[in-house]
Ligand binder design. Structure first.
Ligand SMILES: [Ca+2]
Length: 277
């Protein structure tokens, strides 16, 4: 009997749901060779999208995501400086998030960061196509972003459903004084990620399509194969509380022509494979 009980316990632990993993056992963290803190996002599944959202956030659907490493903060301007990449930002400061970053500049940053740490770049320099099998840095998929952002939350925000608490967790139009702020000044989410809501909106790897969720695969979805717009998540310093909700999707021109959001409200954070070196 004891053996049977031990086996069923270990099976249960193996299938530990994401909501429980956010409890006493915080996810593993590391500091990369480049000096950046990352969190090991545990594998799991969640309900992506929301009935509270616009049409492009529907239908809410179950998605499974493999483990991956994610930056604890938005990419900062000092990271651009360290890699000797020109800093495109409007609001200048070493610990401020990089902004006015086009999707292609974000992909180039990912490749430069990979090379600096002797990892294999994910992005094809000519086509911008991401090779997910490589161990270097890349932008998160929308599914990875929302899964990590929620950290088990099924509500409109990572901390729950009460928008009055947003100021404890985020820089948004209600408190940001019309500018970006140094990363990691507000409360992190349950998995230790900062500025998920607001500060700068974050590029995802996916092409944007309003009907993507109706066609989504159930495991590690990567969005439509082609598209003119790329996805942004989380809202920014100039967003209303509503626009920073966890499921809100924005489709933006990846090169900024006819940008809907202010360019200086657009940045990113990186992820990489969990089973890399
Ligand atoms: Ca953000």
């Amino acid at each position: 009997m004891r053996i049977a009980a031990a086996i069923s316990c270990s099976l249960l632990l193996g299938a530990w749901p994401a909501t429980l993993a956010a409890g006493p056992d915080k996810p593993k963290t590391m500091t990369t060779a480049g000096g950046v803190d990352m969190v090991l996002i545990p594998p799991g599944s969640f309900t992506m999208g929301s009935l509270h959202g616009d049409g492009d956030a529907k239908p809410p659907h179950k998605v499974g995501v493999d483990a991956f490493w994610m930056d604890r903060t938005e990419v900062t301007q000092e990271q651009f400086d360290k890699l000797q990449l020109s800093n495109p930002s409007h609001f200048e400061g070493a610990r401020l998030p990089a902004e006015q970053v086009t999707w292609a500049q974000a992909a180039r940053f990912c490749n430069a960061r990979s090379r600096a740490e002797k990892l294999a770049p994910c992005y094809n320099a000519d086509t911008g196509v991401c090779d997910f099998t490589q161990n270097g840095y890349r932008l998160p998929t929308e599914a990875e972003w929302e899964y990590a952002a929620r950290a088990g939350s099924e509500a409109d925000y990572t901390f729950g459903g009460d928008a009055r608490r947003l100021g404890e967790h985020a820089w948004f139009a209600g408190n940001a004084a019309k500018k970006t702020h140094p990363v990691a000044q507000k409360r992190p989410n349950a998995w230790g990620l900062f500025d998920i809501h607001g500060n700068v909106a974050e590029w995802c790897n996916d092409n944007y399509a309003a009907d993507a969720y109706a066609k989504s695969s159930a495991k590690n979805p990567r969005g439509p194969a082609a598209g003119k717009l790329a996805c942004l998540r989380g809202g920014a310093w100039n967003s209303s509380a509503e626009a920073t909700r966890i499921f809100v999707r924005a489709g933006e021109n990846p090169g900024f022509s006819d940008a809907c959001l202010h360019r200086d409200a657009i940045g990113f954070r990186c992820v990489r494979k969990a089973d890399g070196p």
